[in-house]
Ligand binder design. Structure first.
Ligand SMILES: CC(C)(COP(=O)(O)OP(=O)(O)OC[C@H]1O[C@@H](n2cnc3c(N)ncnc32)[C@H](O)[C@@H]1OP(=O)(O)O)[C@@H](O)C(=O)NCCC(=O)NCCS
Length: 205
């Protein structure tokens, strides 16, 4: 990731974390960076069983670098959830396909990593990413598309406060086929966060 993009991302996330009212939170956030390559690839390799068939993350250095380049774009953000005490990466939440203008929305994808899964870190981390997306990225809506059989993911978004909006047959191409998905979403008004000022691309009326 270029140093300019990285320092802008870091400044934005640090400003957000500095205003967090909950000192009991066990996780912190940072943007994906080139220096995370080795840890990230080791974690992906240790999480094969957890991720399959729901999520495919980069598993080679070439794929990791392409992934970093993707998340340098202004409409794509990749945020790592890290355990505050150890600094270990516990999971990743990507805010993909950010659309501005009248939408101000993003589509999320996420995964825990095997060594720290099932300890509540993703629940805390996703809740923080939601606040970060609304407060700092000035988004209005985040959507998660989840296969009906992915019970752990459905429980996660329900716990974080997403609401079920609908069902879309053959929505996404996952693991070699077009899969049906439930659509879950959360809006900033649901958790009473209204960005001030609103994003510059939001029309006045
Ligand atoms: C979905 C996924 C991200 C959930 O990650 P996770 O690490 O299990 O999430 P959490 O640890 O936050 O929550 C898991 C459980 O631990 C519990 N938990 C344990 N200790 C906890 C603590 N101290 N605080 C809060 N919750 C705790 C939670 O209540 C939750 O209970 P549940 O099993 O009834 O749901 C993970 O299963 C995953 O990576 N799946 C594969 C990828 C995937 O499906 N991505 C989404 C595609 S749509």
């Amino acid at each position: 990731m270029s140093s300019t993009v990285r320092s802008v991302n870091d400044a934005v996330i640090e400003a957000f974390l500095g205003n967090q009212p909950d000192p009991s939170c066990r996780v912190t956030l940072r943007h994906l960076a080139s220096c995370d390559e080795e840890e990230f690839l080791n974690l992906v390799s240790a999480s094969t069983e957890l991720h399959r068939p729901w999520m495919a993350l980069p598993s080679t250095p070439e794929q990791y670098r392409a992934y970093l380049t993707r998340y340098e774009q202004p409409d794509e953000k990749s945020v790592l959830i890290c355990v505050r005490n150890s600094g270990a990466i516990a999971g990743v939440v990507n805010v993909n396909s950010i659309i501005r203008g009248r939408f101000q929305s993003g589509s999320i994808a996420y995964a825990a990593f095997g060594p720290t899964a099932g300890q509540g870190y993703m629940t805390e981390g996703l809740a923080l990413v939601v606040r970060y997306s609304f407060e700092q990225l000035q988004l209005h809506r985040l959507e998660a598309q989840i296969q009906p059989e992915n019970h752990a993911s459905l429980r996660l978004v329900r716990r974080v406060g997403f609401r079920h909006e609908g069902y879309s047959p053959e929505l996404l191409y996952i693991d070699g086929a077009w899969r049906d998905h439930e659509r879950w979403a959360i809006t900033n008004t649901m958790i009473k966060i209204v960005p001030t000022p609103p994003h510059a691309t939001l029309p006045e009326r």
